[in-house]
Write a protein that binds this ligand. Structure first.
Ligand SMILES: Nc1nc2c(ncn2[C@@H]2O[C@H](COP(=O)(O)OP(=O)(O)OP(=O)(O)O)[C@@H](O)[C@H]2O)c(=O)[nH]1
Ligand SMILES: [Mg+2]
Length: 408
């Protein structure tokens, strides 16, 4: 089970660092200027010296002033939790969209913090009385630079978002399933197992930063699309959620969410984090299917308990490493695939329509948007029995107008 400090260690590893020591501060109130109390500061200082530490990571939010003071005292880099996550995102961003989004998140994070960065310049050159000192002018310059950068990034992102709208229209006749959940739960591994893809899978937090969409099955109609996307984490900085809104749009447009949960991890906390991010995305009304992953690592008793606690959930092991248990794991993944298809089947409606021969070129759309159960070429038109989701029936009705004669 991962504690918050263990998670910080995983974040450090994802950043490419190595943890040489951990310290916990038990204090009723944090120190306003230094975050840590005097005793802790000394303890950390000697640890920095002894272990040749490059950076101190604080598993909390630091004020700009605390951050700056600590860097002066420790004579090394100091990053708080938000900065660590932003750095990982910046390091892992591969697509241009992810890079734009993280650039925006970093600029927005920095903007209100500039004051703390430059204040010392004014203090050094005359102190509080000095009007508009060098520091203040520098802040104004930097602020202007950052604001321009934010505007530019937003314009570029708007362009990417427009492209997404076009994609969305293309996909609107498909059923969309989004994989969501805590980072490192195994979303990309499940995506790979369900769609025979080869997306990047890593035992690091935030391996995935962009959205990828694949067809779940070649022959199901309407088509079912599966999307993998960026994972969630507790206390996800607001700037990051806001900046990744366009990537997370696939979540908001989904007809079904597959919530992937690492069955061996801190379940309650991860469920709560996911609920918070979904609320932030305004996506709480989308149906959710809970998928507990990594059951190969569980004691049988714990698996039994979880099955009792979450009777509607599905339990899988997504790893496909060809070792023992491979067939069993494949069966579980097939069960998951079936469950997704059943979910949609239960929501589909079957109708019989008559289509005039002069509109037979619409047949391609009909085959795309629904499953054709029966087709009969009669003298007065084409008689068809179709099964599809209510949304696609509406779309067909709209497209075919008066020619869409529903018979039963
Ligand atoms: N033992 C075990 N490990 C698994 C299983 N599924 C995934 N993993 C491992 O868990 C780690 C994370 O898997 P990913 O698929 O990258 O997880 P993710 O949710 O996409 O993570 P991010 O994209 O980083 O948020 C990898 O080391 C996987 O090999 C499983 O069923 N059993
Ligand atoms: Mg992933």
């Amino acid at each position: 089970m991962q504690s918050s400090l263990e998670e910080m260690a995983s974040l450090t590893y994802s950043l490419g660092g190595e943890v040489v020591g951990q310290l916990v501060q038990a204090r009723a109130q944090i120190h306003p200027a230094y975050f840590f109390g005097k005793g802790k500061l000394d303890e950390i200082k000697s640890a920095i010296k002894n272990d040749a530490v490059d950076a101190v990571l604080v598993n909390n939010q630091l004020s700009p002033k605390q951050n700056q003071n600590l860097e002066k005292i420790f004579e090394c880099e100091v990053l708080d939790r938000t900065q660590v996550i932003l750095e990982i995102f910046a390091k892992n961003a591969r697509t241009s969209e992810a890079k734009l989004q993280i650039g925006l998140a970093q600029a927005e994070y920095l903007l209100p913090r500039l004051v703390g960065l430059w204040k010392h310049l004014d203090r050094e050159r005359g102190g509080i009385g000095a009007s508009r000192g060098t520091g203040e002018k520098q802040i104004e310059k930097d602020r202007q630079f950052l604001r321009q950068r934010i505007t530019r990034l937003k314009i570029q992102l708007e362009r990417v978002e427009k492209e997404r709208v076009t994609q969305k229209q293309r996909r609107s006749n498909c059923l969309q399933v989004s994989l969501i959940g805590y980072t490192n739960a195994g979303k990309s591994t499940i995506m790979n197992a369900l769609t025979s893809s080869e997306l990047l899978v890593e035992d690091r937090l935030f391996a995935t930063l962009d959205s990828t969409t694949r067809l779940l099955e070649d022959d199901s109609r309407p088509k079912v699309l599966l999307s993998d996307t960026v994972g969630f984490i507790s206390n996800l900085p607001h700037e990051v959620v806001a900046a990744f809104r366009s990537t997370l749009a696939t979540v908001k447009d989904a007809d079904l969410l597959l919530q992937i949960i690492d069955a061996g991890d801190n379940i309650e906390q991860h469920l709560q984090t996911t609920a918070e991010v979904l609320a932030d995305l305004d996506a709480l009304c989308i149906p959710i299917l809970k998928v507990f992953n990594k059951i190969d690592q569980l004691q049988p008793a714990r698996l039994l308990m979880l099955e009792k606690m979450y009777p509607d959930a599905i339990f899988v092991s997504a790893i496909n490493n060809g070792k023992k248990g491979f067939d069993k794991n494949k069966t579980l993944i097939d069960k998951l695939r079936k469950k997704i298809l059943v979910f949609f089947n239960e929501r589909m409606k079957t109708v019989t329509i008559r289509l005039d021969y002069q509109h037979s070129k619409q047949l391609a759309n009909i085959y795309e948007w629904s499953r054709v159960d029966k087709i009969d070429y009669q003298e007065e038109g084409i008689l068809m029995t179709l099964t599809t989701i209510p949304g696609n029936l509406e779309r067909l009705r709209h497209h075919l107008g008066a020619d869409f004669t529903e018979i039963m």
